[in-house]
Design a binder for this molecule. Sequence first.
Ligand code: ZN
Length: 393
Amino acid sequence: MALPPLVEPAAELTVDEIRRYSRHLIIPDVGMDGQKRLKNSKVLVVGAGGLGSPALLYLAAAGVGTLGIVDFDTVDESNLQRQIIHGVSDIDRPKAESAAASIAEVNPLVNVVIHNTALDRDNVKELFSQYDLIVDGTDNFATRYMVNDAAVLLGKPYVWGSIYRFDGQASVFWEEHGPCYRCLYPEPPPPGMVPSCAEGGVLGVLCASIGSIQVNEAIKLLTGIGEPLVGRLMVYDALEMEYRKIKVRKDPNCALCGENPTVTDLLEDYEDFCGAVSAEAEEATLNATITARELKDWQDSGKDLFLVDVREPAEWEINRIPGATLIPKGEILSGEALSRFPQDRQIVLHCKSGVRSAEALAAIKAAGFKDAVHLQGGIVSWVNTIDPSQPSY
Ligand SMILES: [Zn+2]
């Protein structure tokens, strides 16, 4: 389904612009008309991270006239494996500022608007309404649902992408012409079921594969060329080197864009909707959570601890708390590893940040180990407060 261009053409291109964009201008489908539309376009990229890095660089190079960047985070060394818009000298700098500086180097003709803030229910609609198109490079379900809801409520199209290890997905959601994200995924996954890239990892170059698909779709929508990914989900498997397209239909029962919507405005709390941890885990951690300092004090006092690291072996290779035993969460939830837990020692569980250990704690308590506790903030908190000499990730 071809769609009309999103943006009207700018009046003219300058001599500089004609020189710079000549390889676009000689493609008949883009031509002078398409390049003028790009010049007149306003695109907001949500997140200057894994997907946002290649997306911003290519949108800028392509000549999108106004590029908004919304990101509240600062550049960390562990970002540089994939977030190619940032460099070593940008570490600790706000990502939105760092990205803007790189864009100025690639294409100073682009008007960059920095939104150095967290996207939230109070600013999302106002921000989106200033742009023609949104490119969603967020990495968490709460923001993803909020981006979708705001876009549908405003009637804005957006290009969505997601990445995990070797797998990527992309689509264009535009309520007027096809399904929305909630038609595809009506409910967020149960808390703890889908690890984030911070917990599960991502192949750096996968960001370029999916981010460039997002830019490709953005350019098609802005200039009205080709067949946009509306109503289709692109699924990429980097290990098999396989792209598949799956049809996605508008769901007449969609809570947001269906015939009898139950979601008619932004939700009060998207974190709550997506749930950081399950209800069982939340209950299990009540009065059963210790800090890194408390754990250190227990160790120093010679308390008989059975300290269990519930992360995966690859994470255990990176860092570990002295005295810990590795028993991955899956072996605890399946019951397979329960026989390894002693009845007469203080059980302490930890993971990277405290989410997986909370899930494991619920299973351990259900198995009868009523005094078990977990470490708040996981090994991240341990490294930050007790042992900064260890690497973090
Ligand atoms: Zn929908």
